[in-house]
Design a protein around this ligand. Structure first.
Ligand code: ATP
Ligand SMILES: Nc1ccn([C@@H]2O[C@H](COP(=O)(O)O)[C@@H](O)[C@H]2O)c(=O)n1
Length: 218
């Protein structure tokens, strides 16, 4: 059976997984889904509806009601508040269950797909041809996110950014439902000392090795 090229890219906040995943998608001509946006949209949905992020039922209802147009407000979705809200609602099993089918259907497209998140290689697409776990030190990740947000005018202190990253890492890795963990068959890519080009190049080589293993090389 010929497998389609599904690429799973997981890793902690601001590790560069989205940058790598979108570059891989463009390189291989595949559709790309940033699954973090789904959880961010659910978190914002709860807040905008006047709900409480500590209310699992409200979060699950927001996940079940998630409409595609909720994913288009890039500025709101990529704010620090949205990231924090996302990691709160992402711990609820009902929220994860509500978002499961959509993600798995995306991964099942005939040509293949690239998805990035926390549980792509473990839960969403455990049979993915290529699995990467992208990481970097918390300090480097905080610096990257700090620069990204400050460049667009979201002024935030580096120390606050680092605290946010550490809190989110702990919550994402420590939850019971689909915790952030490297899949046993994922390749670790530590981008601490890499610029974007070097990180993409390393990722592409990992995918090429996986394609060769499954006889998918041109
Ligand atoms: N290797 C790198 N070197 C320097 N900057 C990088 C590198 N990779 C990504 N960046 C920058 O770091 C920021 C965060 O990258 P990106 O959004 O890809 O991370 P992420 O892991 O997808 O984050 P999120 O947790 O929001 O999903 C962006 O501004 C991006 O341009
Ligand atoms: N597959 C995923 C993707 C994301 N999350 C949660 O959403 C938060 C925001 O994700 P970003 O990738 O945009 O930073 C993240 O901290 C996770 O809590 C998830 O659980 N599973």
């Amino acid at each position: 059976m010929t497998r389609s090229l599904v690429i799973a890219v997981d890793g902690p906040a601001a590790s560069g997984k989205g940058t790598i995943a979108s570059r891989l998608a463009a390189h291989y001509g595949l559709p790309f889904l940033d699954t973090g946006l789904l959880y961010r949209a659910v978190g914002l949905g709860v807040i905008s509806g006047g709900g409480d992020l500590g209310d699992a039922a409200a979060a699950e209802a927001a996940a079940r009601a998630l409409a595609p147009d909720r994913l288009s407000d890039a500025d709101a979705l990529t704010s620090g508040d949205a990231g924090e809200a996302a990691s709160r609602v992402a711990g609820y099993p009902g929220v994860r269950a509500a978002l499961l089918d959509l993600q798995q259907a995306f991964a099942r497209q005939p040509a293949g797909a690239v998805l990035d998140g926390r549980d792509i290689g473990t839960v969403i697409a455990p049979d993915a041809v290529a699995k990467l776990f992208v990481t970097a030190t918390p300090e480097v990740r905080a610096r990257r996110r700090w620069r990204q947000l400050n460049e667009r005018g979201d002024l935030i202190a580096y120390e606050a950014m680092l605290a946010d990253i550490l809190r989110r890492d702990e919550r994402d890795a420590g939850r019971g439902a689909a915790p952030m963990v490297q899949a046993p068959d994922a390749v670790l890519l530590d981008t601490t000392e890499m610029d974007i080009e070097a990180a993409f190049d390393a990722a592409r080589r990992i995918v090429e090795a996986a394609r060769a293993k499954y006889g998918l090389s041109a």
